[in-house]
Write a protein that binds this ligand. Structure first.
Ligand code: F6R
Length: 612
């Protein structure tokens, strides 16, 4: 939700900011803007719409400043408009601020500032920030950088909510201040230049050394130095982390969209996620989980898996894995529900939080709640140093590489593989299901080549997409773990094709939804469990009888004729979603392309949901 970018160095800032905003646009695309420090002071150019529109605004190429900040917006407070776009300035035009997050008490702060004769141009929550900074700056007795730092520090003490902020002040033409709380912000260290961004991929082509800020830590940034402060303005030391992703990982590399690239990266993402964590015929090696030992695992009464959207769907596959292999009951819940319902968890509950970005506001809040109730917390994230990984007791990373398309694909399959590996590790520690574990390990190791096989044979999926792309409603059905894939397939379709779709457990059809099946409606069915084939076929026949078109993803031999059957390789049912979701990802992708939609940036959505 909103992307922020910053540059301070010796190069012209404007093209660097625009390039960064284009890479961050997946976080929001309602409006975009930049501010730079020019010879005659701060200059701001902003516009409603996408970054490509901002690039066309006259005068933007004339900006020559070498320090600047930029923002691409996912609107929360105030409709998308030029006035509501960031950067926002204070009344005196001394400060320019970009903000990702939400200031929950902005109305009170606005009232206070109005009482001090400040006026407001926009409907945003953000505009209170530059004005508050100005208010404290005016009243500060300090001088030099201390005066600015004090004003910012006093301001953030007044803010309730989440923020990643970049602040420019015309009195400090060689500096920038950044601060964050519950919203992502990284500082990339270069040689006599520094980069600031909401995420690492946007600036990966410039540097691989990154500083991460904890909540309410401030950085006072110059071209050749960065000073870090805690919230009380005590100086602190930080060591940059070296990120091993290569810059190409954040490029489309010849693919028309990030989504198609990321779908095709799944074999590699799974290989990397497996790494050396499991090999056949020997025990799993996961040093990150050493703290969750046999005596702890034997003492827990349940596992709670908490996540949002696609990550929660991966969690549903995790439930079957942990229950089958570790024989521990598992609950799976949306973080947005979990955090507000006083869940029955305690020190005997292991809470697992799954988040690709590691920045999802609801998941972070749920994690904090679990900690406050004494549960141990384990985070699964794809982003090293993300907020969730810093909050959790234990973190284990998927190694899927940056996921940039809004619709999650390779993160989902990597999360399921990692959940399987964790479940194996726990079951080994508990001395359970030895034979099953050995079989499962072999099957996990086969997944990358099986994925390659599926990805090498997609023509029938494309053809079916051409047949059904104009439909208004599509249904997904499956039983057991296939139902969890139906949920994910349905979510993918909705978000990038805007076709209404529902997922049901096949056995539930007769309890209501079958009333919606009429001639020519498409029903997509996932069928990977040998033990449930006959029952599922009966359910499919029931919709065929009522005129439905059928698209079936299966690894079973079917003796019936259906409109389209996509055969996928056989694997252990426990990890079958890693394979069976891929035809559904591709189907959604090609439907969206047929409709001429922007696959990577579907309407109303943003990649990282950093507000609740
Ligand atoms: C759907 C999708 C979302 C995310 C959800 C959680 O394709 O991408 O449903 O899965 O917003 O995001 P993370 O995993 O970053 O917490």
């Amino acid at each position: 939700m909103c992307g922020i970018i910053g540059y301070i160095g010796n190069k012209k800032a404007e093209p660097i900011l625009i390039n960064g905003l284009l890479r961050l646009e997946y976080r929001g695309y309602d409006s975009a803007g930049i501010s730079t420090i020019e010879k005659n002071g701060l200059k701001t150019i902003k516009n409603k719409g996408r970054v490509s529109e901002l690039e066309k605004v006259s005068g933007i190429n004339d900006l020559t400043g070498t320090i600047g900040i930029g923002h691409t917006r996912w609107a929360t407070h105030g409709k998308p408009s030029s006035t509501n776009s960031h950067p926002h300035m204070d009344n005196s035009k001394k400060f320019a601020v970009v903000h990702n997050g939400i200031i929950e008490n902005y109305a009170d702060l606005k009232d206070f500032l109005k009482s001090q004769n400040y006026t407001f141009l926009s409907e945003t929550d953000t505009e209170v920030i530059p004005n508050l900074i100005h208010y404290y700056y005016q009243t500060s007795k300090n001088t030099g950088s201390k005066k600015l730092l004090e004003a910012v520090s006093n301001t953030i003490k007044m803010l309730k909510g989440s923020y990643a902020l970049e602040i420019l002040c015309s009195d400090f033409p060689d500096n920038m201040i950044v601060v964050r709380k519950d919203s992502p912000l990284v500082i990339g260290k270069g040689l006599n230049e520094n980069y600031i961004s909401s995420d690492i991929p946007a600036i990966l082509s410039f540097t691989k050394d990154f500083y991460l800020l904890n909540d309410n830590e401030l950085a006072f940034i110059s071209r050749d130095s960065i000073e870090f402060y805690d919230s009380n303005l005590n100086k602190i030391e930080k060591i940059p982390q070296n990120i091993t992703w290569n810059a190409g990982a954040a490029e489309k590399n010849g693919y028309p969209d990030f989504m198609l690239k990321e779908i095709n990266e799944q074999p590699m993402a799974i290989r990397e996620t497996i790494g050396s964590r499991i090999t056949s015929n020997s025990k799993s090696i996961i040093p990150d989980l050493d703290g969750l030992n046999k005596s702890y695992l034997s003492s827990i009464n349940k596992i709670s898996i908490v996540a949002c959207g696609t990550a929660m769907h991966a969690g549903l596959a995790g439930k079957t894995l942990f229950e089958t292999l570790c024989e521990i009951p598992v609950e799976v819940e949306a973080a947005s529900e979990f955090r507000y319902r006083n869940p029955l968890i305690n020190e005997k509950t292991l809470c697992i939080f799954i988040s690709q970005s590691g920045e999802t506001a609801d998941t972070i809040a749920a994690l904090k709640l679990a900690k406050s109730k004494g549960s141990k917390t384990l985070a699964i994230s794809n982003v090293i140093g993300s907020s969730i990984s810093r909050e959790a007791d234990f973190t284990i990373y998927t190694h899927a590489g940056p996921e940039i398309a809004v619709a999650s694909t390779k993160a989902y399959t990597s999360q399921i593989v990692l959940l399987a590996i964790i479940a194996i590790n726990f079951a080994e520690k508990l001395n359970l299901n030895k034979e099953k574990l050995e079989e499962l390990k072999k099957d996990i190791l086969l997944l990358p080549s099986q994925l390659e096989e599926i990805l090498g044979n997609i023509q029938n999926i494309k053809n079916f997409a051409q047949k059904i792309y104009k439909e208004k409603d599509i249904f997904f059905i499956g039983r057991g773990i296939d139902y969890t894939v139906a949920l994910e397939g349905s979510l993918k379709l909705k978000e990038i094709s805007y076709i209404h779709s529902e997922a049901y457990p096949s056995g539930e059809l007769k309890h209501g939804p079958i009333a919606l099946i009429e001639n020519d409606v498409t029903v997509i069915s996932i069928l990977t469990n040998r033990l449930l084939v006959e029952k599922s076929i009966s359910n499919i026949q029931e919709v065929v009888t009522r005129g439905a078109k059928t698209f079936i993803v299966t690894n079973q031999e079917l003796n019936h004729k259906f409109d389209e059957v996509i055969q996928i390789p056989k694997t252990n049912t426990l990890i079958s979603p890693v394979l069976s979701i891929v035809p559904l990802q591709l189907l959604s992708y090609y439907i969206s392309k047929e409709k001429g939609l922007d696959v990577d940036k579907p309407r109303n959505l943003a990649k990282s949901v950093t507000v609740e």
